[in-house]
Design a protein around this ligand. Structure first.
Ligand code: ATP
Ligand code: MG
Length: 316
C-alpha cells in the first residue's frame, strides 16, 4: 500500500517557486529519505504533505486520504517534527512528554510507560526534572523528537531530526527509528547527512531547486552515479610521478600530502594495474594502498552540481 502519494506538486511563495512539480510515492513500512541543499524545497514539501500549507496545485493522498479535502483526518494519523525548534520554556522534560500524551488523549497508564521508555531511549533520564529553558539545544531537540513518539501514528514526518545532536545521540535516534519501522511505522525523513540517509533509508530522493533530480535505493544511486572509485597510494618518498604516468589514460591524479597519490577513475582496476607497473619499473616503493568506492556524499555533490549546470544552460 502507498502511504504517501503526491502528484505534480507545485508551491510558490510570491514569485519564488519552492516546489516545482514533484511526484512522491512512499510505500508503507519504509523509510524515505529526502535530501537536498539549503533552500531546495525539503521543508516546503514536508509542510505540503502534512497539510500545514496548501499546494499551489497538485494532489496529495496520505494513508489513502485526500489531504486537501480531509486535512484533519490526515493530521490525526500522522506525527510531525518540524525543523523549527518548539518547546515550552517553563515545562520540565518529563512534563513536556506527559503533556503531549495528554493532548493526544493517551490513557494515563500508557502515558506513564511511554514517558519512561522515551526518557531512557533518548537519554533524558538525568535531566527529566529540568525545565526546557535550562537544557542544551541538542537536549531540547531530543525532547522535541521524543515527545512525538508519545502518540500512536502510522506515518511520521521528521524534518532534520538529528540537527544539533552529538554522534551518539544521533545514532541512538536512528536506531530507535529503525525499531519503530520494524513495528510497522512509515517514515519521511529529511537530512543533509548522507551517511545518515544511507544507514537509515530504503529509498532516497534528491531535491534541488524544487525538483526531484534522482530517486532510488542508496545502493542503486551508487551504482548509477558512483562507478568512479578513488585509489590512494602512499609511496615511500616524494617523487614526481606525473611524467611517469603519462601513458596511463582516463585518470585524474593528485598528490595530497606529498607522498599520497590520489587517483579518481571510472575503470580503477585497469588504471591501478598500470600504475603499479609504472611504480615498480621506477623502483618506487609502495607503503600503503586502498581503493575506496565513491561515497554517497560525492554522488550527492555531483548530481546537484550537474543539475545546477543544466538549469543554468537551459536559462532557468
Ligand atoms: N514562508 C516563506 N516565504 C517565502 N519564501 C519561502 C518561505 N519558506 C521558504 N521559502 C523559500 O522557498 C525555498 C525552499 O525553502 P525550504 O525551506 O523548503 O528549503 P529546505 O530544502 O527545507 O532548506 P534547508 O535545508 O535550509 O532547511 C527557498 O528558496 C526559501 O527561501
Ligand atoms: Mg528545511
Amino acid at each position: 500500500m502507498l502511504c504517501i502519494e503526491a502528484k505534480s506538486l507545485f508551491r510558490s511563495y510570491g514569485n519564488v517557486t519552492a516546489v516545482d512539480g514533484i511526484d512522491i510515492s512512499v510505500e508503507s513500512g519504509k523509510i524515505f529519505g529526502f535530501l537536498g541543499p539549503n533552500g531546495a524545497g525539503k521543508t516546503t514539501t514536508m509542510k505540503l504533505l502534512t497539510t500545514l500549507i496548501p499546494p499551489s496545485s497538485g494532489t496529495i493522498t496520505i494513508l489513502g486520504i485526500d489531504a486537501s479535502r480531509h486535512p484533519l483526518d490526515v493530521r490525526k494519523k500522522i506525527g510531525v517534527v518540524l525543523q523549527q525548534p518548539s518547546y515550552e520554556p517553563t515545562l520540565t522534560v518529563e512534563k513536556s512528554l506527559e503533556k503531549y500524551g495528554m493532548m493526544w488523549d493517551i490513557d494515563i497508564k500508557t502515558r506513564r510507560d511511554r514517558v519512561e521508555e522515551l526518557l531512557t531511549a533518548f537519554d533524558l533520564q538525568d535531566i527529566r526534572k529540568k525545565k526546557n529553558d535550562d537544557i542544551s539545544i541538542g537536549q531540547r531537540r531530543r525532547v522535541q523528537v521524543a515527545r512525538e513518539f508519545m502518540h500512536d501514528m502510522d506515518l511520521l514526518f521528521l524534518d532534520e531530526p538529528t540537527a544539533g545532536l552529538d554522534p551518539s545521540a544521533r545514532r541512538g535516534l536512528l536506531d530507535y527509528i529503525k525499531g519503530k519501522v520494524r513495528d510497522g511505522l512509515t517514515i519521511f525523513f529529511t537530512t543533509h547527512i548522507l551517511e545518515e540517509a544511507e544507514y537509515l533509508c530504503d529509498e532516497i530522493a534528491i531535491i534541488n531547486r524544487g525538483k526531484i533530480i534522482a530517486v532510488d535505493t542508496p545502493d542503486e544511486l551508487k551504482n548509477k552515479f558512483g562507478r568512479e572509485k578513488t585509489i590512494k597510494i602512499r609511496i615511500g618518498q616524494m617523487q614526481e610521478i606525473s611524467g611517469m604516468l603519462q601513458g596511463v589514460r582516463n585518470y585524474d591524479v593528485s598528490h595530497d600530502e606529498g607522498t599520497v597519490i590520489t587517483i579518481h577513475s571510472a575503470d580503477s582496476e585497469q588504471i591501478l594495474a598500470k600504475i603499479l607497473q609504472v611504480l615498480q619499473s621506477n623502483n618506487i616503493q609502495i607503503e600503503d594502498l586502498s581503493v575506496v568506492p565513491t561515497s554517497l556524499e560525492e554522488i550527492f555533490l555531483t548530481v546537484v552540481k550537474n543539475s545546477n549546470a543544466s538549469s543554468i544552460s537551459s536559462g532557468k
